[in-house]
Design a binder for this molecule. Structure first.
Ligand code: GAP
Length: 503
């Protein structure tokens, strides 16, 4: 594989070719940053959601789930701050008429300098034995100079973003001599704010109809149901409410496939705690969420925390779990200590008390909240891109294999009669009937057995079960494992248990 960009392209085409992800409305030339999940994609997505739901709701006695509506009272978005402050800074190139996010232009510029440093490091790595990367980064003049550039730009940029200084952002783009990738010119408009929420009208006639929003996060549906759940579920602080559902954002720069979409799904959990105990719980959820990721067996070096230094005004701690995507480390999940900001704002805007009476302290208070928030689609991309592998085999051929964690794989086992005769298809169907109640299986009798194995490798099926002559004699089948291609015989009576034990 030549480079990560090519690898990423191969991953995207593999996702389409094998029924995982299709561009939305493809026969009409697609709809930007919107995707459909195909027959295998929907299974993988459902398995990811189930894995999360189980970890959150089933394993934590003090967390319950809800499913709130996408449409909500418009004042909710006033209270949450989304109407006034859920903006991206926009800039247009006057020659190409292309629109960009000002912050992304600057971040891309920083990334280019970082790429130069990485290239320098890689070159040196090849040249010297016992290469000390840290020392090289501290002493090589070109690396030091470029690192200083990055630090200066980053500090300026963070300050401008924090102060919402739009004129300053434009000036920085000009100072950095950033040109439009299409026209190549630096003929920029002013930077202005663009709200990311989609709006629509509720009511049968436009006149008098209310403007409502497609929710940009599922979290607010949890906050506004805090008291309903606490009272009806007799929940005691600390407790959590979990939700999986669609969210919508009118992203200006929607790219990197399903990493940044306009319609996507979130898995969010708000954990309500006593004031003063939020940082303890923040640490708990940080560790707990990282464990959840790593339990999938994906190499730990693919994950890292990125603690936020500059916090949103309502947060007193925040971190991202970043994942090493083919295009670099990027945010996969956010964990935020949101204080009592959201509930207090909803108290203020609704005029309703959103308090909890704590029988242990005899106090009534607005609970503090620790949130965990992860995109289903982003998790899908993390798992899928990590699983994609082009492998050179001993015979010189290449096999494309999706090394998905067995627990998440869409099809767990493929049942394959060696030939389409001698009673093998009938026996294979019997085995399908044995396995079907336990997990999703696929029957396939078309093509030579080797080609069928490769097809299942490409789909990511962890086990192939082959029915052959011996099966008809002693009721055993060959189990072939996807990752090792190792084969062994198992009695049909023990097949279900053996496979379940390996998932
Ligand atoms: N309630 C907090 C919240 O929504 P966020 O950092 O804006 O926080 C949380 O989003 C997660 O949702 C992100 O870490 C990411 O996984 C996912 N996400 C956000 N915007 C997305 C988009 N446009 N496309 C796909 N996933 C997205």
């Amino acid at each position: 594989m030549a480079n990560n960009e090519e690898l990423f392209k191969s991953i995207i085409s593999h996702a389409k070719e094998y029924g995982y992800i299709f561009p939305s409305s493809e026969i009409y030339d697609g709809l930007s940053a919107v995707y459909d999940y195909g027959q295998y994609g929907v299974e993988l997505k459902n398995n990811i959601k189930q894995y999360w739901w189980k970890a959150m709701v089933q394993y934590h006695e003090n967390i319950v789930g809800i499913d709130s509506a996408i449409f909500m009272h418009p004042t909710i978005w006033k209270a949450s701050g989304h109407v006034d402050a859920f903006n991206d800074p926009l800039i247009d190139n006057k020659d190409s008429k292309k629109r960009y996010r000002a912050d992304v232009l600057i971040e891309d510029h920083i990334q280019k300098i970082e790429d130069k440093i990485n290239k320098e490091v890689e070159k040196a790595k090849k040249r010297f034995e016992n290469f000390d990367e840290a020392l090289f980064r501290q002493t090589n003049p070109r690396v030091v100079e470029n690192q200083k550039k990055i630090d200066d730009i980053t500090a300026k940029y963070a300050d401008l973003m924090q102060r919402n200084d739009l004129a300053g952002l434009k000036q920085l783009i000009i100072d950095l001599e950033i040109a439009c990738p299409i026209s190549g010119t630096r003929n920029w408009t002013d930077v202005r704010q663009f709200n990311l929420m989609f709006s629509t009208q509720m009511g049968s006639v436009a006149e008098g109809a209310d403007t409502i929003y497609l929710r940009p996060e599922t979290a607010q549906g949890i906050f506004v149901n805090f008291l309903n759940v606490q009272k009806t579920g007799r929940m005691k602080v600390p407790f959590g409410i979990a939700q999986i559902g669609k969210a919508f954002r009118n992203e200006i720069v929607a790219r990197q496939f399903i990493f940044r979409m306009r319609e996507f799904e979130q898995m969010e959990m708000q954990f309500f705690v006593r004031p003063g105990e939020e940082l303890k719980w923040f640490e708990y959820w940080k560790a707990e969420r990282m464990k959840w990721h790593q339990a999938l067996g994906i190499a730990p070096e693919n994950y890292r925390f990125h603690d936020h230094e500059k916090l949103a005004h309502y947060a007193n701690a925040a971190t991202d779990i970043e994942f090493k995507f083919p295009f670099g480390f990027k945010e996969l999940e956010g964990i935020h200590s949101r204080t009592n900001y959201d509930l207090s704002r909803h108290e203020e805007f609704s005029g309703k008390k959103l308090r909890y009476f704590d029988p242990e302290t005899n106090e009534s208070y607005v609970p503090y909240v620790v949130e965990t928030s992860i995109g289903v689609d982003r998790m899908f991309l993390a798992v899928f891109s990590n699983a994609y592998c082009e492998e050179k085999l001993e015979d010189g051929s290449t096999r494309v294999v999706l090394r998905l964690p067995a627990m998440l794989a869409p099809i767990k086992a493929a049942v394959l009669p060696l030939v389409k005769k001698d009673g093998m298809p009938e026996k294979a169907r019997e085995i399908m009937d044995i396995l079907k109640p336990h997990f999703l299986c696929q029957y396939d009798e078309k093509d030579a057995i080797g080609r069928r194995y490769r097809r299942q490798d490409a789909i990511g099926t962890p086990f192939c079960i082959t029915v052959d002559n011996q099966t008809l004699e002693d009721n055993t089948v060959t189990v072939r494992e996807r990752d090792t291609m190792q084969q062994y015989r198992v009695s049909v009576d023990q097949l279900t248990g053996t496979l379940i034990g390996k998932m």
